[in-house]
Design a protein around this ligand. Sequence first.
Ligand SMILES: [Zn+2]
Length: 88
Amino acid sequence: MKLSNEDVQKALKALNDLKDVRGGITCPICKSNNKWDLNQTAFYLPSFQKKDGIFDFSYLEYMPAVACICGNCGYVAVFSSKVLGIDF
Ligand SMILES: [Zn+2]
């Protein structure tokens, strides 16, 4: 699912605010902090529960998230959309 234009703007603002607080977001792999691209897709990270040692697929929780990609090496950083103020 694509993020709405409003959600993209909220995510970009939140990430820029984070950069301001931290002085940049450094990639943990290549140590670059020059270019992060917001992936404009909404992600839902699933969490399954086990019942008697077997995955119970009738139970599903998920965490809504947005992802940024390091423009230098391709590392993907995932952020909780709720923390960024985006509700989808
Ligand atoms: Zn990188």
